[in-house]
Design a protein around this ligand. Structure first.
Ligand code: SF4
Length: 85
């Protein structure tokens, strides 16, 4: 017997799924790669540390946020599942 494959289970493998973006401020060293790569999602505060722009915690639906997470030299950018309703 095969398992159920009902509607809603066949998601397309796109990288544009929403994510929950966060920066671990204890780890961030202010390298600025995140703001450089995804300026629509990240910025730097007055001290140069990375921060997520207000309202962009969903990553803006773009793939650049994944690049930014990858590029962070100290892995301070975390991408998690979005908070469900
Ligand atoms: S790339 Fe990483 S270390 Fe650099 S500002 Fe962004 S979160 Fe901080």
């Amino acid at each position: 017997m095969s398992g159920a494959t009902g509607p809603g289970t066949g998601r397309e493998e796109k990288e544009e799924r929403p994510v929950r973006v966060a920066i671990d401020t204890d780890v961030c060293i202010g390298a600025g790669q995140c703001a450089l790569l995804a300026p629509d999602v990240f910025t730097q505060d007055d001290d140069g540390f990375g921060t997520v722009l207000p309202g962009r915690e969903d990553g803006g639906g773009g793939t650049l946020v994944r690049e930014a997470a990858r590029a962070c030299p100290v892995r301070a950018v975390t991408l998690g599942a979005p908070a469900g309703p």
